[in-house]
Write a protein that binds this ligand. Structure first.
Ligand code: AHR
Length: 655
């Protein structure tokens, strides 16, 4: 045979694999794992302005004048352009010696017939929607009666789109009071502003100026931005990890997240500057503060609203190991452990317990049923293990049912292997793994969990996202290519959900102008939001979670990259659900035979894909890459599927 003929035969073999090779087999009666209800969840961190200026619907920045610069976000205004208003009229009072949680407020002292005001810029403007009622509220103390208040809302170009003319603070004197008024703007604005005018001859102290839309999630006063909470809800997450992330650790111990500072009346929650304000030198946001209006009570309530198991993460006496890496001496750790015990009581305790009573007073007498608790975020090293042991002992002796999530650092590096072995030797409940890796890494590691010890600790893939450039790079994009590689990896998680019990993409949200980290799952500006291709991958897995994993094979092997296709299968009662990634630039046709079935079948094929692997969604084109559904049918127990180029498909058929 000539070389040319041999080459032709070889080419034929590459381009024309036999029908047997293309034939996929599902065995619907062999259950290899039960899918935990918690498998697909979310990780909410206040990063990229996800809380203040994002999910938390407050439109006023620095509403309590408690930023380090107390007038950050505010400008003074006077009806008389020659009147100097800063001196004498507006004066910031700092009472930190007597009230460290709510240290600052504004004293407004008017001379007869003064007309002055404060303009708030919002979070790069205020997103205002026409026709929706807005609630303005003022927290104040009248020192000398005689101040009249008016409120104006302006659109992007300074036109008045809403006003309150008759807001006369009642002359309460003894303590701080709150008074509200509702009004409906006549127009929409993405970069609106608000002017609060004080006029007359009185004197009053102002400790809070707030503006909320009336269409918050579940219409909760002072609640969450509707479109963003809805996007979270639409993921149907099985759990929610909160509040971070690096914010848990803080850049130093003083800036760590302290849950007790985030509950109770909103003006008693101690505002601090976010770790993300200056952590990324190229994306500084010095005005990024955490008001904790979205605090632990609200996180638990959100979990309940979206049907997710709450998974708070607490600081364990270590500040962020990328920053100051401060360590609290072991001898001084007991207040930290006590915080954990008190948190469990706050979430689950009876209303007669100290912290259960606090929860009840905030409006939720019933427990929040918390069973998962993270000890430290992305910590590593012997210093972490030493503190983890103290936490575990303290928590498990009082609450043996609590399942603890234990850290392994930030990446599958040598440190990870040291941590993994140590945690396994300690027989911990759950090991938290983080993967910010390339799309290739995700494809190549879809079999990672096939090799894990079935009897060891359970795995929580607590943070993962494919990086189109590299971890921490500002060049990262939310491309279809990244999303498909995550989907391929997730087929491996699903197949191994006896070991991997939870997984969450990270980070969850980002403001298109105020972000520090990308990629992210959901992006927003002041009035709109969109899900990335990765968002739809998460959603398709979550809403098609199924109950039991069944074998889905090609020639007896799991489908993991043969001809650039990755796949997994679950069933939910009589419904069979297949998940298939086609990473090829061309469509692929595959026959899927259901073992033991000779029936005809009807179902749906939902596909996420695009001819361009670099395709992304955006505010202007929010659904360029979004799922599309068609009907499929099969005969004699066999489906013939056409998998579009560069696609992730979910097939659902009744058995
Ligand atoms: O998700 C962004 C950051 O990545 C988290 O705050 C941290 O845990 C990780 O390093």
């Amino acid at each position: 045979m000539t070389r040319r003929i041999l080459f032709a035969i070889a080419l034929f073999c590459v381009w024309h694999p036999s029908r047997a090779q293309e034939q996929y087999l599902v065995n619907p009666t062999t259950i290899t794992a039960k899918v935990p209800s918690t498998l697909w969840g979310i990780f909410f961190e206040d990063i990229n302005r996800s809380a203040d200026g994002g999910l938390y619907a407050e439109l006023v920045k620095n509403r309590g004048f408690d930023f380090d610069d107390p007038v950050e976000g505010w400008k003074t205004w006077s009806a008389n352009p020659y009147r100097r208003v800063r001196d004498g009229i507006f004066m910031v009072i700092n009472q930190s010696a007597v009230n460290n949680k709510d240290p600052k407020f504004m004293r407004v002292t008017l001379q007869k017939s003064d007309t002055v005001g404060l303009i708030n810029e919002g979070f790069e403007g205020m997103g205002i929607k026409r026709g929706i009622p807005y609630t303005f509220s003022l927290r104040f103390k009248v020192v000398k009666p005689g101040t009249h208040v008016r409120v104006f809302l302006f659109n992007n170009s300074g036109g008045v789109i809403g006003r309150i003319n008759d807001f006369s603070p009642k002359p309460y004197t003894s303590d701080w009071s709150e008074q509200t008024a509702t009004f409906t703007p006549t127009d929409t604005a993405r970069r609106g502003t608000m002017l609060v005018i004080f006029e007359g001859g009185g004197e009053m102290d102002v400790d809070g100026i707030s503006l909320f839309p009336g269409d918050t999630w579940k219409r909760r006063p002072g609640g969450l931005r509707n479109d963003l909470a809805q996007k979270i809800y639409d993921l149907h997450p099985g759990f929610m990890r909160f509040p971070g992330g690096c914010v848990v650790e803080g850049k130093d111990i003083a800036h760590r997240y302290q849950w007790k500072n985030t509950i109770g009346p909103i003006y008693d929650r101690k505002t601090i500057q976010s770790i993300w304000a200056d952590d990324v030198p190229e994306r500084q946001t010095p005005d990024y503060y955490e008001s904790y209006g979205l605090g632990f009570y609200e996180y638990f309530q959100l979990c309940e609203d979206i049907g997710a198991s709450p998974m708070p993460i607490l600081n364990c006496g270590l500040s962020c190991q990328f920053d100051a890496a401060e360590v609290v001496p072991v001898s001084e750790l007991s207040p930290y452990v006590k915080d954990a015990l008190d948190l469990i009581e706050f979430a689950n305790g009876s209303i007669h317990s100290k912290w259960g009573a606090v929860r009840a007073k905030m409006g939720h007498p019933a427990p929040f049923h918390m069973k998962l608790l993270g000890v430290g975020n992305e910590n590593w090293g012997p210093q972490y293990l030493q503190r983890l042991k103290i936490f575990s002992k303290g928590i498990k002796s009082k609450y043996p049912y609590m399942r603890l999530v234990c850290a392994t650092g930030y990446s599958p590096n040598p440190q990870f292997h040291y941590m993994d072995s140590a945690l396994r030797a300690m027989h911990v409940d759950i090991i938290d793994e983080h993967y910010y890796m390339s799309p290739d890494w995700f494809y190549h590691n879809s079999d990672k969990y096939d090799h894990y010890d079935r009897k060891g600790p359970k795995i929580f893939v607590g943070e993962y996202a494919a990086q189109s450039a590299r971890i921490g790079s500002l060049e990262n994009r939310n491309t279809l290519k990244c999303a498909l590689s995550e989907a391929a990896f997730m087929t491996g998680i699903e197949r191994n959900s006896d070991v991997v019990q939870m997984a969450s993409y990270a980070p969850l949200m980002a403001d298109i102008s105020g972000w520090q980290w990308r990629p992210d799952l959901i992006w927003f500006d002041n009035t709109s939001s969109f899900g990335t291709p990765s968002y739809y991958v998460q959603q398709l897995f979550s809403v098609n979670k199924g109950k039991e994993v069944v074998p889905f094979t090609l020639q007896g092997n799991t489908i993991q990259g043969q001809d650039s296709i990755w796949a997994s299968a679950v069933r939910d009662g009589n419904t069979l659900i297949l998940k298939i990634v086609n990473a090829n630039p061309i469509a692929k046709t595959r026959k899927v035979t259901i073992e033991g079935s000779h029936s005809s079948m009807k179902g749906t094929l939902t596909t996420l894909g695009d001819m361009d692997l670099q395709a992304e969604n955006s505010i202007k084109n929010p659904t360029r890459v979004a799922p599309k559904e068609v009907n499929v049918s099969g005969e004699d127990g066999t489906l013939e599927l056409t998998l579009p180029p560069y696609s992730f498909s979910v097939v659902k058929v009744s058995l």
